[in-house]
Ligand binder design. Structure first.
Ligand code: B1M
Length: 212
């Protein structure tokens, strides 16, 4: 790994909020691919942060500042992922399910989908099924994307799909799910149309789901 990527990873782990954007800019100037900055610098750091949290070496406040540092880093990469296309490929409603406030992964998925030419309506975190249904009825998206990072909030995905079914909306929108604890088999079990393991897969899946 390049020195700069290693420094980006270290900066997120050690919560260097004032350093991170300079480091990401330097990586860009060095010609490192945005995807590599995200995967090998920023995301790799969060894996270490999660492990340290599991091992009780750090606690929620430290985890939060690492997350803020990561978000600042992502802001610097974002302009490089913008799509040149004028006609959107399709509309996607995206959100993190009720009870869950993790949004870093969802935000990366959003950036990559926008970069691939989709219009993304981001409904944020802690998304209730009621708001979801209201927005699906109002916007009529091609795809609904749900993210969950907690094993305790994964069942909200199932609940959302059941409610869509009950309201006759399930056949009108393709549903894709993702997030660290989610799997292909879980997606199948709850009746989702697809599962993306990471943001790159989410883009491929979105294209497949609506044939663009
Ligand atoms: Co939390 N947290 N957290 N946390 N947190 C985890 C998830 C945890 C695994 C940490 C651990 O114990 N090792 C653990 C969950 C355990 C479990 O469920 N079994 C955990 C816990 C326990 C908690 C709290 C309960 C802690 C507490 O309060 N005691 C609490 C819950 C709050 C809540 O949501 N109600 C909590 C809080 C927080 C912070 C607020 C401090 C912060 C979140 C800040 C934020 O997001 N704005 C935080 C963080 C940062 C983490 C870790 C360290 C990092 C998550 C992350 O951003 N990863 C995480 C440990 C870990 O994951 N290693 C942890 C990087 C991100 C790019 O990956 O989100 O997986 P990810 O997204 C990927 C893919 O999954 C995929 O693409 C993304 C990009 O490649 N993807 C999709 C995601 N969504 C997708 C949707 C798609 C397709 C693909 O289609 C629609």
């Amino acid at each position: 790994m390049s020195d700069t990527l290693q420094q980006i990873k270290d900066a997120v782990i050690t919560r260097q909020r004032t350093e991170i954007q300079g480091l990401v800019t330097r990586a860009i100037e060095e010609g490192i691919e945005p995807k590599s900055i995200i995967d090998h610098g920023l995301i790799a750091a969060m894996d270490v942060v999660g492990q340290r949290f599991s091992d009780s070496e750090i606690f929620v406040p430290e985890m939060l500042v690492s997350a803020l540092t990561m978000k600042l880093g992502l802001e610097s990469v974002k302009p490089l992922l913008k799509s040149e296309e004028s006609e959107p490929k399709g509309t996607i409603i995206l959100g993190t399910v009720k009870g869950d406030i993790h949004d870093i992964g969802k935000n990366i998925v959003k950036m990559m989908l926008e970069g691939a030419g989709f219009e993304v309506v981001d409904l944020g975190v802690n998304l209730t099924v009621e708001k979801l249904i209201e927005q699906i009825e109002a916007i009529g998206p091609d795809i609904l994307g749900l993210s969950a990072l907690l094993t305790t909030t994964m069942p909200e995905m199932k609940r959302a799909i059941q409610e869509l079914q009950a309201k006759g909306l399930k056949e009108k929108v393709k549903i894709m799910v993702g997030g660290a604890p989610v799997s292909n088999s879980f997606a199948e079990e709850i009746g989702a149309d697809g599962y993306g393991a990471d943001a790159g897969e989410a883009v491929v899946l979105a294209r497949q789901l609506i044939g663009v």
